[in-house]
Ligand binder design. Structure first.
Ligand code: NAD
Length: 422
């Protein structure tokens, strides 16, 4: 197979699909599956070299009360337990008022890297002397200012690198309701010549930083020990609470655990990002970089308040928009945004914080008690059943039998498929 396909990008999605079908010797069934998705014109406009689309389930997490308002949260994800966990985590907080959120503001950073400078410290000073000029040149680009945002501050640092010191200029940009990458990149490129002139160096990289530590979602909530108790468990709520705090302490002391702790948070945030067509790669990059600011650690915190309740909080950068990117051009994402009914990116950022925390509380509760596999595998049983060649009408039955037998494995699914097909 030859991966060189000249002018592939100029073809239509249908023609590209034919080319791939023939190059990869795909079956008719596989080829048809590639073309099954929605409106190929829309898909073609969202990416390059498009041959089809892949669908994800779009779900709605329930039970959220955020800053006193009930919120329904659209989530798109293929992992079966994510939506149930978010809804469950949110339910645990309802009787104590749900989530309170705050946001540090819609600020993103653009970076300009200057290299080949003989006097980096003086060059930095010279840049800062012209900060006002740089700021107004950034705002001359016509993006964001008309929406009430724009570049608000210019700072500069000398960064020690393996290739010697470099001057790095930061543009602090109020991106209002946009995620802001394109807007900030435009500004960084526009001001680079002025920065070059002043430093006598060479501006090479001119691009957004995804360490969005000026756009941080904060959310907190309280869970009573009663809510942590479950009929199926012998553990008292206080014991579950204490185990959760110890599980958090484990993550705070051990990056191997912290990575999974944070993955649980991002399970929920990414699913909301995909449902609203926000850039989940940016969220991931920002969250992990933020978590590593002072040695990699958990993004959320668990303590016990004076009344003996579990006090839960999170601080996480969230770089998302309610305009721009594909948020409004994809009709399903646009409808998901209508479900959320938010008025600004700040409001959306706060919801992301609450969703991350809810997701985390549910998995902490399960981990501290029965473990996550019981619930997860029940939800996963249908996926396993589907991997057999059993007809569709038997899938539910196979999954239910495996759950009842507490034996959820591919081998058992195949046995049941055979047994039930006879
Ligand atoms: P964009 O350029 O599509 O939209 C932003 C524009 O929307 C603004 O420039 C403004 O003109 C307009 N706008 C209308 N109403 C607005 C309002 N109320 N507030 C703010 N702006 C308003 O997108 P963007 O948000 O600048 O960039 C996001 C896209 O960039 C995403 O698709 C992302 O995947 C992509 N991207 C990301 C990175 C990265 O994360 N490193 C790098 C490059 C591109």
């Amino acid at each position: 197979m030859d991966s060189r396909i000249p002018d592939f990008y100029e073809e239509t999605p249908e023609r590209r699909r034919e080319i791939i079908t023939s190059r990869c010797l795909l079956s008719e069934e596989d080829s048809d599956a590639l073309g099954e998705g929605p409106n190929s014109e829309l898909m073609d406009s969202l990416s390059e070299n498009v041959i089809g689309s892949i669908s994800l389930p779009l779900s709605v997490a329930t039970n959220f009360v955020i800053d006193g308002e009930d919120v329904l949260v659209p989530m798109a994800v293929e992992e079966s337990s994510v939506v149930a966990a978010a809804s469950y985590g949110a339910k645990l907080t309802r009787e104590t008022g749900g989530f309170s959120t705050s946001v540090s503001g819609p600020y993103m950073l653009g970076q300009i890297q200057i290299r080949d400078i003989s006097d980096p410290y003086s060059a930095k000073m010279r840049v800062l002397e012209r900060a006002d000029e740089i700021r107004s040149m950034a705002n001359d680009q016509g993006v964001l200012v008309s929406h009430g945002g724009g570049c608000e501050n210019v700072t500069a640092r000398v960064v020690d690198t393996p290739r010697g010191p470099m001057v790095v200029v930061h543009l602090l940009v109020n991106v209002q309701d946009a995620m802001g990458a394109n807007a900030v990149n435009t500004m960084a490129e526009a001001v680079a010549p002025l920065v070059e002139e002043e430093t006598s160096g060479e501006a090479v990289l001119r691009v957004l930083s995804n360490l969005a530590d000026h756009r941080v979602a904060r959310a907190r909530c309280t869970v009573t020990p009663d809510m942590l108790e479950r009929e199926q468990s012998s553990l008292a709520g206080e014991e579950v609470r204490d185990r959760i705090v110890d599980a958090w302490a484990f993550a705070a002391g051990d990056p191997y655990r912290a990575a999974t702790h944070n993955k649980g948070i991002l399970n929920g945030m990414d699913a909301l990002a995909v449902a609203t067509m926000n850039d989940w790669r940016a969220i991931e990059a920002g969250a992990h970089a933020f978590a590593a600011n002072d040695g990699y650690g958990p993004l959320s915190t668990y303590e016990i308040d004076t009344e003996g309740n579990l006090s839960c909080s999170i601080e996480v950068p969230v770089q998302v928009g309610t305009v721009g990117g594909a948020t409004r051009s994809h009709p399903t994402a646009s409808a998901a945004m209508e479900i959320l009914d938010v008025e600004s990116s700040d409001e959306l950022v706060g919801i992301f914080g609450a969703v991350g925390l809810a997701e985390n509380i549910a998995s902490m509760r399960a981990l501290a008690d029965e473990g996550i596999q019981t619930g997860h595998m029940k939800l996963h049983a249908k996926n396993i059943a589907r991997e057999t060649d059993a007809p569709d009408e038997l899938i539910e039955e196979i999954a239910a039998r495996m759950v009842a037998e507490d034996d959820i494995r591919a081998g058992r699914a195949r046995e049941l498929a055979e047994e039930l097909s006879q």
